[in-house]
Design a protein around this ligand. Structure first.
Ligand SMILES: *[C@@H]1O[C@H](CO)[C@@H](O)[C@H](O)[C@H]1NC(C)=O
Ligand SMILES: *[C@@H]1O[C@H](CO)[C@@H](O)[C@H](O)[C@H]1NC(C)=O
Length: 223
């Protein structure tokens, strides 16, 4: 009986630990407007003095207008409202991204290692989706694609950390508002990480079965 009780307690503790790690840590105060200049500490930013907070700290207008997607090499722009852009997000476990994509434009395949994301289409339509782990917990869904065209008013969820992407197959500008459950979701754009970081060219040639000229062409775009 004692053993059973101990096992139930251990299982409870394990699931409690799991819940705590499922998202950003809970805040221990009403708010903690980030003092960005003070720099990041181990988990987020130090608070500026609460008495110095004003209503304007809690408002954000940086996502009001469509960004111009043609400034991007891929004709797709992501405007961020993470803690660095909106310091009031500090300790609140949430952030936003606005996507604006010209017809034919893309947002490169990327991951947010620290957050789950929901995309909500404001205008137009996007072909979007994600790919599961190559060697996941369940082999029947390893390296599996879940993707479709999501239209104005519809939403799509990208599970935490998985590779996902957007392509505007429509004829008009496509825009979305995306919610992420971290103040600092992280973004790793695959072409940028691979061809824009200075990885030894031999590594890239052998991984992607490309010759030096082909690798150099991609490095020119992403470095
Ligand atoms: C970007 O999109 C605009 C508007 O659709 C288009 O005119 C332009 O050719 C595109 N640029 C590239 C590099 O595809
Ligand atoms: C690299 O590969 C491309 C495409 O197959 C080919 O056209 C080009 O000649 C190759 N360049 C070199 C230097 O091998």
């Amino acid at each position: 009986m004692k053993l059973l009780a101990a096992m139930i307690l251990a299982a409870g503790l394990l699931s409690a630990v799991h819940i705590v790690h499922a998202a950003d840590p809970d805040p221990l105060q009403d708010f903690c407007i980030a003092d960005i200049a003070a720099g990041p500490v181990s988990n987020g930013f130090p608070c500026k003095l609460p008495a110095l907070a004003s209503t304007d700290d809690f408002a954000f207008s940086g996502l009001a207008e469509a960004a111009d997607p043609s400034v991007s090499a891929t004709n797709g722009t992501a405007t961020l409202a993470f803690v660095r852009q909106w310091p009031a997000l500090n300790t609140q476990g949430l952030s936003l991204i606005r996507l604006d994509i010209n017809p034919g434009g893309v947002v490169n395949p990327h991951t947010h290692n620290l957050a789950t994301e929901i995309l909500y289409v404001l205008e137009g339509e996007m072909y979007t989706g994600f790919v599961t782990n190559n060697f996941g917990n369940d082999p029947t869904i390893s390296n599996k694609l879940y993707a479709k065209v999501v239209k104005k008013g519809e939403a799509f969820i990208f599970p935490r950390g998985l590779l996902h992407f957007q392509l505007n197959k429509g004829k008009v500008l496509a825009s979305s508002l995306n919610v992420l459950n971290s103040q600092n979701p992280g973004i790793q754009l695959m072409p940028l990480a691979l061809f824009g970081s200075g990885i030894d060219r031999e590594m890239l040639e052998k991984s992607f079965f490309m010759n030096a000229t082909q690798v150099a062409a991609l490095e020119n775009i992403f470095q």
